[in-house]
Design a binder for this molecule. Sequence first.
Ligand SMILES: [Cu+2]
Length: 121
Amino acid sequence: MFIAVFAMISTTLFAQTSTEKTDTIKVYGECGMCKSRIQKTLKIDGISSAVWDVDTKLLTVTYNPASITNDVIQQKIAAVGHDTEKYKANDKEYDQLPGCCHYERKKDGALREEPKHKVHH
Ligand SMILES: [Cu+2]
């Protein structure tokens, strides 16, 4: 009985300290609102910490790979309008972001640029 309890405790400790994984993922965003949106999106089971840096555009996320994968994390971010290094948000989600959050997109960014020969009066 005593041994069984001890075995359970040590298994639990082992599980908590050894299964967590920390990844750094490139996530495109622009401002503090993006930061809170991205971090709020990741306040879910399986993720113990998520911090996005507005300057480096890098998300540092600590998660339990048994509950969630790096791919699913990136898909969740893309679902709220932020492109990641692997997944692209759909245009509809991107367009719904507030103006200050319209980070420059790599591939179709040209379509969103202001006309170059705008006439100033
Ligand atoms: Cu923003």
